[in-house]
Design a protein around this ligand. Structure first.
Ligand code: NAP
Length: 248
């Protein structure tokens, strides 16, 4: 029987690439999106055309009530959950830290820290054998920004991803004996729309020379690492943070 995987922010970029690859790996995929239903629907259609199984679930995963509703809707549609990819996230317009107001910082924290934490909580409540679950796996999408710091761009975003690294390590150890593995990937410069949304569509090209491999990465290269961490091939990996960053 196909195992059920929820991917947040699956309408494009790394989330969409992960959905396509995970479906090929046999997962039934719950595709979360916030606003771009047409893009999410296109991902679902590609999965179905490939012979896979997927459905769409709208929710803003920066809001607790919507997260709780999302997990309930996935359970109603597919039954027992087996995996979560905590992928939804965003940067914000680039600037100096001393120019950021509380509204921006609140938004960054809600989307990039509070949301993933609450998604982890909801997942553990369903996966952990302590709660009657069958075990499962969580992959958090962090960023190389957590160790680079993103000075002059978005220090707040980098700090949020630092929190994701700590969350991954601590939660992994807390639930390791309850059948739940928790890992993270730290993508480097990946060619997706996230850069245009933070004000610099050409950011990957500008910074490619700073990558030891001399290029930006592709969403499918990150997806491959995520799907491996989800798989039984990674059965002894927990609390790991895997850099997918071309050496940067
Ligand atoms: P992207 O192309 O901008 O895609 C972001 C996805 O998240 C979209 O599907 C978007 O859906 C969804 N989303 C945004 N806010 C949401 C919310 N409140 N609720 C639900 N969904 C929401 O970004 P990406 O590059 O694939 O990034 C994916 C993850 O990788 C993020 O956590 C990001 O921080 C991380 N990352 C990216 C890079 C990179 O260079 N690209 C590097 C390191 C880490 P809607 O359009 O429907 O809102």
């Amino acid at each position: 029987m196909s195992r059920v995987l929820l991917i947040t922010g699956a309408s494009r970029g790394i989330g969409a690439a992960t959905a396509l690859l995970a479906a090929r790996d046999g997962w039934t995929v719950a595709l979360n999106y916030r606003q771009d239903r047409a893009a999410a629907e296109a991902v679902r259609e590609r999965i179905l055309a490939d012979g896979g199984r997927a459905a769409l679930f709208q929710a803003d995963v920066s809001q607790e009530a919507e997260i709780v509703r999302l997990f309930q809707a996935v359970a109603a549609a597919f039954g027992q959950l087996h995996g979560l990819v905590n992928n939804a996230g965003a940067t914000a317009p680039m600037g100096r830290f001393d120019s950021f107001d509380a509204e921006r910082l609140q938004h960054m924290l809600s989307l990039n820290v509070l949301g993933p934490m609450l998604c982890c909580r909801e997942a553990v409540r369903r996966l952990s054998t302590l709660h009657g679950g069958q075990g499962g796996v969580i992959v958090n999408v962090s960023s190389a920004a957590s160790r680079l710091g993103s000075a002059g761009e978005y220090v707040d975003y980098a700090a949020c991803k630092g929190a994701i690294d700590s969350l991954t390590l601590g939660l992994a150890r807390e639930v390791a004996a309850e059948g739940v593995r928790v890992n993270a990937v730290r993508p480097g410069l990946i060619d997706t729309e996230i850069h245009a949304l933070s004000g610099e569509p050409g950011r990957v090209a500008r910074l490619s020379a700073s990558v030891p491999m001399q290029r930006g990465g592709r969403a499918d290269e990150v997806a491959a690492a995520i799907v491996w961490l989800l798989s039984d091939a990674a059965s002894f990996c927990t609390g790991s943070v895997l850099d997918v960053s071309g050496g940067r």
